[in-house]
Design a protein. Structure first.
Ligand code: RFL
Ligand code: PHB
Length: 390
């Protein structure tokens, strides 16, 4: 098999890249090791930045999102038993949209298959070779187990944090920086009606809690927990009792319902300072991780591949290598701003047992400052709605 761009991974980065390339007439093949059913049913992100909404609409991919997603003009911040509305639309003129990542993926997969793909699910043994030459290759086994070779001009690793692409950059050529937080998120999906009209980020002495939504009758809620907690320790009764405490607000009711999905993830920040090596580029979670408190991971993954598609366009149309050569540098400028923001939102909202009484007071002053100063609120809102893609 031969293509111009071999893409590993059909997450947001890989699928968006395939659509961006298709739009500018560049051939690609996407290789994914999970099944279509699996990728369309993995519960992850929920918040889309304003430019991503525009991009999806521009690409003809936004029809269901516009119908089923919820445009939000801001968020609610809760601390010391009070609620404050941060009005992003008033502060920045922009909104965000709450629309689940797996719904975005369903839309992207259906549209890609309708264009004829190729989008190969359930492949295995993906390996990258010859990226230091101008004839890089991907070897893999197809869904039937038959060995295959994909010859490419370039390979793009969109295979998430645990995929093989980043490892294909020699260790001596990559610098990896990371940070682990002593906190985890217990995430649940519940069949319950909406309790509030926008996201609620609650800083509570028992721990952070986040109220989000998936549809009028499906709610997505997260609780700060120990990252090593077992799900067995979190019965439905304990989860609802904890949520009732962390979101308690006079005269308001948190509606309960059947919990049908539970998971625990640890929080971490990670950046691979090199996002390219020879004819291999990496994008999205393969290159960087943010803790989910800023709702940035998916948005950042798509921003990477927008930059990369521009570089590939210049290469094929103008024979210019400049944008491809500066891909890492261009992306890292944005990535580090988003890393800072995600770290800030995480430390701002989580309960920190290592904090001294003095630091706790500074922490509360920070929350109060964001809710009482237009300048501080605007700084938060500007990145929350998404920095311009340029
Ligand atoms: P993905 O989504 O991990 O996709 C990688 C794909 O590559 C495949 N793969 C392979 N394929 C072939 N061969 C191999 N050897 C392969 N190894 C892996 C995988 O099966 C997979 O399909 O990476 P991508 O595309 O970079 O996208 C990243 C986003 O998924 C991630 O950053 C977000 O989900 C993060 N995130 C959020 N981001 C937001 O922008 N807004 C949010 O509101 C938000 N909330 C969240 C989140 C992540 C969370 N978790 C689970 C950590 C909330 C949570 C709880
Ligand atoms: C979500 O709806 O899943 C969500 C919302 C906001 C975040 C993280 C996740 O910061």
């Amino acid at each position: 098999m031969r293509t111009q761009i071999g893409i590993i991974g059909a997450g947001p980065a890989g699928l968006f890249l395939s659509h961006l390339l298709h739009r500018i007439g560049i051939d690609c093949v996407v290789l994914e090791n999970r099944s279509r059913h699996d990728i369309e049913n993995t519960i992850r992100a929920g918040v889309l930045e304003h430019w991503l909404i525009d991009l999806m609409n521009e690409m003809g991919l936004g029809e269901r999102m516009m119908r089923e997603g919820r445009p939000d003009t801001g968020i609610t911040m809760q601390f010391l038993g009070q609620r404050h509305h941060l009005d992003f639309e008033e502060l920045t003129g922009k909104k965000i949209t709450v629309y689940a990542q797996h719904e975005v993926l369903k839309d992207l997969v259906a549209a890609r298959l309708a264009q004829g793909g190729p989008l190969l699910f359930s492949v295995s043994n993906v390996a990258i070779a010859d990226v230091e030459t101008d004839k890089p290759r991907i070897t893999f086994n197809d869904a039937e187990g038959a060995p295959q070779v994909l010859d490419c001009d370039f390979i793009v690793g969109c295979d998430g944090f645990h995929g093989p692409s980043r490892q294909a950059i020699p260790q001596s050529a990559r610098q990896e920086l990371d940070m682990h937080y002593p906190w985890g998120w217990l995430g649940i999906l519940a069949e319950a009606p909406r309790s509030w009209h926008e996201l609620v980020y609650s800083n509570h002495e028992r721990g952070f809690a986040l109220l989000s939504t998936r549809s009028p009758m499906t709610q997505r809620i997260y609780l700060q927990c120990d990252p090593h907690d077992s799900l067995d320790a979190w019965s439905d009764d304990r989860i609802w009792a904890e949520m009732q405490e962390r979101f308690a607000f006079p005269g308001w009711e948190l509606f309960e319902g059947k919990i049908f999905q539970k998971s625990i993830v640890g929080l971490r920040s990670f950046v691979c300072q090199t996002m390219q090596h020879g004819r291999l580029f990496i994008a999205g979670d393969a290159a960087h991780i943010v803790p989910p408190t800023g709702a940035k991971g998916l948005n950042l993954s798509v921003a990477d591949v927008v930059m990369l598609s521009r570089g590939l366009d210049d290469w094929y149309k103008k024979g210019s290598k400049d944008r491809l050569d500066s891909y890492t540098e261009t992306c890292l400028t944005r990535i580090w701003k988003y890393e800072r923001f995600s770290w800030y939102m995480t430390t701002l909202f989580h309960r920190n047992d290592a904090e001294t009484a003095f630091e706790r007071r500074i922490h509360l002053a920070d929350l109060d400052y964001v809710c009482s100063s237009k300048a501080a609120a605007t700084a938060l809102a500007e990145i929350y709605v998404g920095l311009p893609i340029g």
